[in-house]
Write a protein that binds this ligand. Structure first.
Ligand SMILES: CC(C)(COP(=O)(O)OP(=O)(O)OC[C@H]1O[C@@H](n2cnc3c(N)ncnc32)[C@H](O)[C@@H]1OP(=O)(O)O)[C@@H](O)C(=O)NCCC(=O)NCCS
Length: 142
């Protein structure tokens, strides 16, 4: 039986689910600090097995960023990702002001999944490319 828990994402679950889809690892200390600043999260369980997660960061009014939407590969294409996105978007609907900005960065070939929730692909005539920078603390500057 699938069930949804709101605001129940723990560092252990975060690390476990991200590992299942081979996303980069972060230390438990970094994840613990990061989750303290998370606005809202969702965890989907199959009985007691965690099978999906998602979370939102931002200022809770003007800017929201959807992050770490992950479904265990053996549970994908069973509408769990959709359930996660619906819960995240419902939270945002309840908090966002008019013209609030809701961002996310799709992994390759998942754009179609997010389009179903009203997200548009950049660039457009009006909007430039989405951009990102990763902080590399392992560079030897000596
Ligand atoms: C992206 C992800 C969360 C989707 O979760 P999921 O549980 O497999 O998705 P769902 O089963 O809810 O899919 C919902 C619908 O989107 C469709 N869909 C899924 N991926 C799609 C894609 N790349 N393009 C278009 N449609 C897609 C499905 O066919 C399904 O359509 P339907 O409802 O009409 O049958 C999941 O594939 C995942 O965890 N991938 C690895 C991690 C990842 O890339 N996360 C995204 C981070 S930005």
């Amino acid at each position: 039986m699938l069930r949804k828990e709101l605001d129940a994402l723990t560092p252990e679950l975060y690390i476990e689910l991200r590992r299942k889809v081979e996303f980069e690892d972060y230390s438990i200390e970094d994840v613990t600090q990061a989750l303290e600043k998370t606005l809202f999260s969702v965890v989907i369980y199959d009985d007691d097995v965690p099978v999906g997660i998602g979370r939102i960061v931002g200022d809770d009014r003007i800017v929201f960023f959807i992050k770490d939407v992950v479904v265990d590969p053996s549970y994908q294409n069973k509408s769990i990702g959709t359930a996660i996105m619906k819960a995240l978007m419902e939270y945002i609907e309840g908090k966002a002001c008019n013209n609030a900005y809701v961002g996310l960065m799709s992994t390759p070939n998942k754009e179609g999944f997010y389009k179903k929730f009203g997200f548009i692909e950049r660039p457009t005539e009006k909007y430039g490319h989405g951009m990102v920078k990763f902080v590399n603390r392992n560079i030897d500057n000596s």
